[in-house]
Design a protein around this ligand. Structure first.
Ligand code: PNS
Length: 159
């Protein structure tokens, strides 16, 4: 049984992330969406909200699940017996930070990071941009999974 971990902040999960998980499932038996904390970021959604939205957004994909990553990703991938970390690359802007994380995670865990080019039609879909579109009342239902669109629209009007 081959297992991959697809880690990120998922604040919130987008259709771009779900596309990467779907593609990863063509190469791995199980893909665990690892909902982690990035020390450099302030989040709109709490860890439990980000996890619940990730779960609701991948439950239709056989073999996919979502789990919290409470400490180091390197420890988590070892605990679950993953043979790879999978990340989506939207373009060259993602490359530098991803290269540093891939090398550090390999140093700490021995687990390789595999990069997947997502759907070119979703290359513009970043969580930060989606939140900004929602905050200004723009349409997001073709950028994020339905459970996220519902919560993001409500959260935005209530906050
Ligand atoms: O979606 P993001 O914010 O680019 O994801 C970054 C994330 C959350 C995957 C990264 O910050 C992470 O792995 N955090 C967990 C703690 C950890 O392992 N830090 C060292 C990373 S090399």
């Amino acid at each position: 049984m081959s297992i991959a971990v697809c880690p990120g902040s998922f604040d919130p999960i987008t259709l771009g992330h779900v596309d990467v998980v779907r593609r990863a499932l063509t190469m791995f038996d199980r893909v665990i969406v690892g909902v982690a904390q990035n020390a450099d970021k302030r989040y709109l959604f709490s860890p439990s909200e980000r996890l619940a939205l990730a779960r609701a957004s991948v439950e239709h994909l056989p073999g996919a699940s979502a789990e919290p990553v409470d400490g180091l990703l390197a420890n988590f991938v070892q605990e679950v017996g993953a043979s790879a970390i999978v990340k989506g690359l939207r373009g060259s802007a993602d490359y530098d930070s991803e290269q540093a994380m891939a090398l550090l995670n390999r140093h700490l865990s021995g687990v390789e990071t595999v990069f997947i080019m997502g759907d070119s039609g979703l290359g513009h879909v970043a969580s930060s941009l989606v939140k900004d579109v929602a905050a200004h009342g723009g349409r997001i239902d073709d950028l994020v999974p339905a459970p996220v669109a519902r919560v993001l629209t409500r959260k935005d009007t209530n906050d």
